[in-house]
Design a protein around this ligand. Structure first.
Ligand code: GFB
Length: 316
């Protein structure tokens, strides 16, 4: 992938797409193609094909998706299934029709069975039942992985798929209803500190474990794979994580300390816990020469700095 390559970053406003764009820019890539939702509706097959015909992208990072936390996934199962299936189908198929050299599809660690052995190896895909809170999203992502595999097999395409663990960082969604746990807790502790609230609510029992990867590390891994690996080398897909997970209660304590909040933490066990653990085996990616570099504490601190800058709020 030379610095003049035409690279389409689908979903460049989102958490992952914006980090990939930042990383590509920092590495000197000059022809990064992006389109806002108003300019290109990825749900529209004809519009997607027209865009590929006009712009002839050579490389595609498929980071556009309908995403959300445990509550949003439970409330909008149809949207998560429909939108992800259609968006990814349109982009992957257009990449095939218009001769894209390489495409990288973003999956998610929730594609693995709810009770998969830990740490989760890539070959555990489709070996058991999914976690019900995000089954529709997971099914769409599994279809995306299988679509990449099928196009590689039938047409000799070079489509890669990566399975990142739970992500966080700048440009995340901080809406308390639809976001993931890390941005939600950053915001809750921050606001509680400002308003000197006596306690902060954390959903569930606090016992589930999650592995959190700073999004700039993920972007670095994606660009690394796009530059140096083909689907033959990474086949069929690869986990990306830190290799370490934490209990939600430990995460809450860490965020509380970073924000400087003095009050109590209250666990709302009437809210869902979701899957008990999804700890990724990242040895395949390590063998490919890549490891995460940002510690959880440093990543949360950077995300918190970004959040406060966005909201022009002084430190409590
Ligand atoms: O991040 P999260 O929404 O997604 O929740 P999942 C992780 C854990 O944090 C759950 C708990 O056990 C939640 O109950 N939690 C505690 C909270 N407080 C909060 C809070 O204020 N907000 C949120 N959101 N959670 C998602 C999937 O699952 O993971 C998606 O639904 C996707 O499909 C994503 O795969 C990576 O890790 O449970």
């Amino acid at each position: 992938m030379d610095l003049q390559a035409r690279i389409f970053v689908a979903g460049h406003r989102g958490l992952v797409g914006s980090a990939i764009k930042r990383t590509l820019e920092a590495q000197g890539f000059e022809r990064i193609l992006v389109r806002d939702r108003g300019e290109l509706d990825l749900l529209n097959q004809e519009a997607v094909a027209r865009f590929f015909a006009q712009e002839q992208p050579e490389y595609v990072f498929m980071a556009a998706a309908k995403v959300g936390g445990i509550l949003a996934n439970s409330q909008y199962p149809a949207d998560f299934l429909y939108q992800n299936l259609v968006i990814q189908t349109n982009v992957i198929h257009a990449a095939h029709l218009f001769g894209v050299k390489k495409l990288l599809f973003l999956g998610s660690s929730c594609i693995y069975p709810k009770f998969a052995p830990q740490p989760i190896r890539e070959q555990y895909l489709l070996s058991g039942e999914l976690e019900p809170t995000n089954e529709p999203y997971a099914l769409a992502k599994i279809a995306g992985i299988k679509m990449c595999e099928a196009y590689n097999r039938q047409y000799g395409s070079n489509f890669l798929a990566v399975m990142p663990t739970n992500l966080y960082g700048p440009n995340d969604n901080f809406d308390l209803e639809s976001s993931h746990v890390l941005p939600a807790l950053l915001r809750k502790f921050h606001e509680a500190a400002i308003h000197k609230a006596p306690s902060v609510e954390v959903w569930g029992t606090g016992k589930p474990k999650r592995e959190f990867l700073y999004v700039d590390d993920l972007a670095d891994a994606c660009v690394y794979l796009m530059k140096f690996f083909d689907q033959r080398d990474t086949a069929p897909f690869v986990n990306i994580g830190t290799g370490e997970d934490v209990e939600i209660r430990e995460l809450a304590s860490l965020i509380k300390r970073i924000v400087g909040y003095q009050g109590e933490i209250v666990f709302r066990s009437d809210k869902p816990d979701g899957t008990p653990r999804k700890w990724l085996d990242v040895s395949r990616m390590a063998r490919l020469g890549w490891n995460a570099s940002t510690t959880l504490e440093a990543g949360i601190q950077q995300t918190y700095d970004w959040y406060r800058k966005q909201h022009l709020i002084v430190r409590p």
